[in-house]
Design a protein around this ligand. Structure first.
Ligand SMILES: Nc1ncnc2c1ncn2[C@@H]1O[C@H](COP(=O)(O)OP(=O)(O)OP(=O)(O)O)[C@@H](O)[C@H]1O
Ligand SMILES: [Mg+2]
Length: 263
């Protein structure tokens, strides 16, 4: 698997103290914060990212970020993937249906997700990266992410292994609905979410392995990813603990959810 790199921007200068040639440089990022439509977007991006890093889910790395001391609002900086020169299929673009022949669906299984198009490409991607696709799908069901369609990219063409990566977990966890209370209500529902763009396209054995991986994630690690000893954007500490508890409960129902939604 090729390593996903992030994009160095502008020019770098020698770091004055470095004795080994380190440079001071800049990395491109997409900066996100809380929003009317997603009052807990910042927290949810951050917590989901830390969970994903622990579990080895291929999502772009993101970090808390802020500009100098005068602007105190924290942002979530999703580091920009270095895509230049790589043949990456952009599933984040609206599918205008130009490459799909609707009348010939022989290659895709029944019951695939069609609402956002890219059906053939999605099928090809899941075939080329079966483990990663399973990992992303199971993870999304665990964190209550209904918004994976249009939020991933990957190299499909060619025989050799390339990269596949998911981005934007800003509509998961406490931001899976516009308010925190409604989000917690959804998270406590064992029938939520009810669909996933990779449904019918993933491998059962790999999904099973990923369910086991989530279920064996220790409580201390879930807590470290979800509970901060501080308010994060609009999310106060008691809400963070509720998110932690919801994820512990969802571990128990994850196997059934995967069976119902993905197969
Ligand atoms: N880390 C990244 N690397 C490369 N491209 C990115 C990255 N983050 C975001 N993008 C691009 O920017 C677009 C917008 O980012 P993102 O999906 O996080 O924003 P959003 O406000 O949640 O949008 P939406 O609600 O429409 O999904 C993505 O669809 C993708 O094309
Ligand atoms: Mg998006």
């Amino acid at each position: 698997m090729a390593i996903l790199c992030y994009e160095i921007t502008g020019s770098s200068q020698p770091n004055a103290r470095s004795t080994t040639g380190a440079e001071d440089g800049h990395i491109g990022a997409v900066l996100k914060g809380d929003h009317q439509e997603a009052s807990a977007q910042l927290y949810s991006e951050l917590a989901a990212n830390r969970l994903a890093m622990f579990l080895g889910i291929p999502v772009v790395v993101g970090v808390p970020a802020r500009r100098g001391s005068e602007d105190v609002a924290m942002r979530f900086a999703a580091l920009r993937a270095a895509e230049a020169g790589m043949d990456i299929y952009d599933f984040t673009e609206e599918d205008r249906g130009e490459n799909e022949e609707d009348d010939d669906d022989a290659e895709v299984p029944q019951g695939v997700y069609r609402n956002t198009g890219h059906v053939r490409a999605m099928s090809a991607l899941c075939q080329k990266y079966p483990f990663e696709a399973a990992a992303i799908a199971v993870f999304d069901l665990w964190i209550g992410n209904e918004d994976r369609a249009l939020n991933f990219k990957g190299q499909i063409r060619g025989e050799e292994r390339g990269v596949i990566f998911a981005l934007d977990q800003g509509s998961s966890l406490l931001a899976c609905r516009s308010t925190i209370d409604n989000s917690l209500e959804e998270l406590s529902d064992s029938a939520y979410p009810s669909f996933h763009p990779f449904q019918k396209l993933v491998n059962a054995r790999y999904c099973g392995a990923m369910v086991e991986r989530v279920q064996s994630m220790p409580d201390w690690a879930i807590e470290a990813a979800t509970v901060y000893q501080d308010t994060v954007g609009n999310v106060i500490l008691p809400d963070q603990y509720q998110c932690y508890e919801a994820l512990r409960e969802r571990k128990k129902i994850l196997g059934g959810l995967v069976d119902r939604v993905l197969f």
